[in-house]
Design a protein around this ligand. Structure first.
Ligand code: S3P
Length: 421
């Protein structure tokens, strides 16, 4: 894919549905009693992997573009899959599913692609084993023997929503209360959706308590546009001169909106309008206009609120005046790719003055950013970040393996070119 510098980006768009919420809507819909109609579903490869896994366990799911109907049959309705449950590139499917499968009355196997096989599963295996689960290994493929589980009190070693959610899902099947203590807040979509569906779950400060749950009530769910996908256009509109982009229906759940706080702190011109709720999730429309950006330091508790946006924030920092410092971000090393190494390597390729640190990076912005032949590490967010950089760089760029955007934003390049006018 060739990307040429853009002289301006203009238009109004709706980016695809939130990936985290789409996964959870299918999983919890499958375990609920009755029909869950999901509107604005993210029809990307990761969420389709989740649908495929539940279909293999006997759940009838209809897909009509971005409307998905899940015919749930209750907490104890899954049937033994005859084949390996293949989760593709999806960490969320792998980890959340492992929590559910640990408590079933059948055995199962989860496996994924090359990247999934390298991602750490010890973080879920440890707490699930304390609950009585039997999981074969710290890496995929995971051979899971269904067991009766009991409640635990567990302090998470990392602020991870996938880890937290895996334990929460297992805890619904346990015979006693489970308490989870988080070091910092991470995205809370599982907690919100479950409490809306009638599960016995409460959150107080950073402690989550789950009681055994026999029934979930099916609810129709409207999925907000994914702020993690919107982030590419928030930065693109900021760094490409003469731009103005309006993004509709963007989810601004406060456990996800760190990107907004940081871009505003960097001087971005972002206006929020029509704040409202899609069910239990807050959304708004936002208009972003080009503005000179300046550096900032990103560290501590906010990291969990923008973990997926760090590659695109690094791109913003390359065009900002001053030195941006990103700390406390070691989790980036175990995402779809090692995003710390990948970002540093690709930004260097564009001539950016960037240095890797143990837990983040230091970016001296405002030097000339050049177009280049960018690698994507089979990582959707790397591909989209480098495409945005290319729009504001000097000279032409290429993006290797652009199809990797299918994971979270299948029509990314079409939307991008519709704005270049
Ligand atoms: C996700 C949680 C985050 C995030 C991922 C989606 C989720 O991962 O990076 O893209 O849906 O729960 P961690 O839980 O590993 O931080």
């Amino acid at each position: 894919m060739i990307i040429k510098p853009s002289s301006r980006l203009r238009g109004e768009i709706v980016v695809p549905g939130d990936k985290s919420i789409s996964h959870r809507a299918v999983m919890l819909g499958a375990l609920a009693n009755g029909k869950t109609s999901i509107t604005g579903f993210l029809n990307g490869a990761d969420c389709l992997s989740t649908i495929d896994c539940f279909a293999k366990m006997g759940i009838c799911i209809d897909i009509n573009d971005t409307t998905v109907t899940v015919n749930g049959k209750g907490m104890h309705s899954l049937s033994a899959p005859s084949k390996t449950l293949y989760t593709g590139n999806s960490g969320t499917t792998t980890r959340l599913l492992a929590g559910i499968l640990s408590a079933q009355e059948f055995d199962s196997v989860i496996d994924g692609d090359f990247s999934i096989r390298k991602r750490p599963m010890k973080r879920i295996r440890e707490p699930l084993s304390l609950m009585g689960a039997d999981i074969s290994s710290d890496f995929c493929p995971l051979y899971i023997k269904g067991r009766k589980l009991h409640g635990i009190s567990y302090t998470l070693p990392v602020a991870s929503a996938q880890l937290k959610s895996s334990i929460i899902l297992a805890a619904m099947y346990a015979d006693s209360e489970t308490t989870i203590i988080q070091p910092q807040q991470s995205r809370n979509h599982t907690e919100l959706m479950l409490s809306h569906m009638g599960a016995n779950i409460t959150t107080s400060n950073n402690t989550i308590t789950i009681l055994p749950t026999e029934n979930l009530h099916a609810q129709d769910i409207t999925v907000p546009a994914d702020i993690s996908s919107a982030a590419f256009f928030m930065v693109a509109a900021s760094i490409v001169p003469n731009s103005q982009i309006t993004l509709l229906n963007v989810g601004i759940n406060e456990t996800r909106s760190g990107i907004l706080d940081i871009l505003l702190q960097m001087g971005a011109d972002i206006k929020l309008e029509n704040e409202r709720y899609f069910g239990f999730e807050k959304v708004c429309d936002m208009t972003i206009s080009s503005a000179p950006l300046h550096a900032c330091t990103i560290e501590g508790d906010i990291i969990g609120r923008l973990i997926d946006e760090i590659p695109i924030i690094a791109v913003a920092a390359a065009f900002a005046s001053g030195t941006t410092i990103i700390k406390d971000a070691t989790e980036l090393k175990v995402k779809e790719s090692n995003r710390l190494d990948a970002v540093v390597c690709e930004l260097k390729r564009a001539g950016v003055d960037i240095t890797a640190t143990d837990d983040g990076m230091i970016i001296n912005g405002k030097n000339e950013v050049r177009g280049a032949d960018f690698l994507t590490y089979n990582d959707h967010r790397m591909a989209m970040s480098m495409a945005v950089l290319a729009l504001a760089a000097k000279g032409e760029s290429t993006i290797e393996n652009p199809h990797v955007v299918d994971i979270s934003f299948p029509n990314f390049f079409e939307v991008l070119s519709s704005l270049d006018k």
